[in-house]
Structures are given as structure tokens and as C-alpha cells.
Design a protein around this ligand. Structure first.
Ligand code: ATR
Length: 269
């Protein structure tokens, strides 16, 4: 396998660690490198990867949207989200996919195997790129309703095209959205190390609700700690990052890798 991740900057990416681990774990010969491509030299930078004979690459900020224009074909999810995070190169042609929603769903399924998405009421905090992927995935997974709340309401309104199950709730009233909630997901950066905390009183949240935060630094965010303290089941965010990487590795090597405790520990270290 010859692959990598493109972005600008790229030094922070955990993807080389994840794919490097799987190459060793499954004794597959190959390389996975961080590749910095400046936005001003984007097309040439991607052209170089094709010429070098890569099997594919992951795409991160700021190239997730622009790569679409260079793809021969993209899958339905990438088209709906307007973003590609995984590219497979075949016969010098680029095939784009978006695996973020897969990562989100698989993380919850593997942490809470008994949780069934169908007919559930989800509350999603935030309306950025991560929220887009998650809302689309929740809709496909068969939830009943998605209550969406975001500080900037117009950004939430813009996501309505993704699903007819979305109900917008004003950010000031987010506490009230928790009544009847089965699954609460934080997709905002609030609670991340160095960012303000998420101010949310969980008093109205049913005891049966599952709480997931996509923030994984720290792993136990204030939201997850508060939810756990009042007896709710929680799912941490690190698994989404790991699970979204699996289909890419599978496409390049033919081996669908597992997320084990060792890779989780390495990424968190
Ligand atoms: P990503 O693509 O990773 O989801 P993003 O597009 O920057 O990142 O989105 C970050 C999310 O965190 C947004 O929903 C943002 O709310 P706004 O749309 O109002 O900006 C939310 N967010 C960030 N800082 C926040 C804060 N201090 N209070 C409330 N929401 C915040």
C-alpha cells in the first residue's frame, strides 16, 4: 500500500499513526505519509501523487471540498455532504468518498452494541462540517427526529436540506430540547482542551439517553463526565476518528482493519 493524507497544515494529523499501526498489525508492506499541499499549488500537488503511483489518500482541511473537482467520481455521501475525506486512485483516476458518517455510526455501534438508531430522537449540538456528516448518517440510520441547535441559527437552517427529520431549536433553548432525547451528540468544539466548556444543564435528559461527544481531547469531556455522573451511558469521541479510517485502509489493501484497544491507546497518547 502506498498512501497518505493531504492537508495544510498536516503535522497534527493522527492518520499516519492509525494507518501505520494497521500496516504493522496486518503485516502489509507499505507507507502512509503526511503530505502538505499548499492551497495555491493544489492541483499540481494532487497530480504528483497520481504520478508517484499512490493507491489513494485521505483529505483533511482545507482540501475536503476542492478535491471534488479533481475526482472522476464521488460516492453519494460525499456528493450530499459536499466533502471528500478518502480518495482511491485507480488507473490514474480519483474516486472520492466520505467516511465520517460511517465513523460516527460505527463508533456508537461498537461502544453500545445494543443501541438501535431506528425511531430514536436525536439532539445534535453544532452545525459545522462534522454535524453535516453526522446528521446525514443519523437520517440514513433511521432515526425518527433530529433536533438541531447551533449558536448561529442560520448555519443550522442551512443543514435542513440534509434531512426532513430536522427540527431547529434556538441555542438559548437547547436545555429544553433534551426532554425526550434518546441520543445527544456534541459536534461543537466546546469542551475541547483550550476551548470554553459547553454550558448545558442535563437535568431534562432522560436517564436512558446515550451521550456522545466528538471531542476526544480530553477523552472525558465535561459533557461526558456530567452525563456519566447522572447515570447516562456515554460514548467517547476517539472511536469516530478511528472508525472513519477503516474503509480507506480497506479500499487500499483489501483488509478491513479492526479498532482495538492498542490503537486507541496509541492515538490518545
Ligand atoms: P467542524 O467542521 O469541525 O464541525 P466548524 O465548522 O468550525 O467545525 O464548527 C464548529 C461548531 O462549534 C459550530 O457549530 C460552532 O457554532 P457556530 O456555527 O455558531 O460558529 C460551534 N462553536 C464553536 N465555538 C462555540 C462557542 N463558543 N459557543 C457555541 N458554539 C460554538
Amino acid at each position: 500500500m502506498k498512501a497518505g493524507v493531504i492537508g495544510f497544515p498536516i503535522s497534527h494529523s493522527k492518520s499516519p499513526l492509525i494507518h501505520g499501526y494497521w500496516l504493522r498489525r496486518y503485516t502489509i508492506t507499505g507507507t502512509y505519509e503526511p503530505i502538505e499541499i499548499h492551497p495555491d499549488a493544489f492541483e499540481q500537488g494532487v497530480e504528483d501523487l497520481i504520478e508517484r503511483g499512490l493507491d489513494g489518500f485521505n483529505v483533511t482541511i482545507p482540501h475536503k471540498e476542492n478535491i471534488i473537482g479533481l475526482c472522476h467520481q464521488i460516492d453519494d455521501t460525499a456528493r450530499i455532504l459536499g466533502a471528500v475525506n478518502t480518495v482511491v486512485i485507480k488507473d490514474k483516476k480519483l474516486y472520492g468518498q466520505n467516511t465520517d458518517g460511517f465513523g460516527f455510526i460505527e463508533n456508537i455501534k461498537s461502544a453500545q452494541p445494543k443501541f438501535d438508531f431506528t425511531h430514536k430522537n436525536a439532539v445534535v449540538l453544532g452545525a459545522g462540517g462534522a454535524a453535516r456528516a453526522i446528521i446525514h448518517a443519523l437520517d440514513k440510520a433511521g432515526v425518527h427526529k433530529i433536533i438541531l441547535t447551533n449558536r448561529t441559527q442560520t448555519r443550522a437552517e442551512n443543514l435542513k436540506e440534509l434531512s426532513d427529520k430536522i427540527e431547529i431549536c434556538a441555542w438559548e433553548n437547547r436545555m429544553e430540547a433534551l426532554a425526550g432525547c434518546d441520543l445527544l451528540v456534541n459536534t461543537t468544539s466546546l469542551g475541547m482542551t483550550g476551548k470554553p466548556g459547553l454550558e448545558l444543564d442535563l437535568g431534562a435528559l432522560p436517564a436512558s439517553a446515550l451521550v456522545n461527544d466528538i471531542v476526544y481531547a480530553p477523552l472525558m469531556t465535561p459533557l461526558l463526565s456530567a452525563a456519566q455522573a447522572q447515570g447516562n451511558n456515554i460514548v467517547t469521541g476517539i472511536g469516530m476518528l478511528l472508525h472513519q479510517a477503516r474503509p480507506a485502509f480497506a479500499a487500499w489493501t483489501g483488509v478491513m482493519p479492526e479498532v482495538d484497544d492498542k490503537i486507541m491507546a496509541e492515538v490518545l497518547a
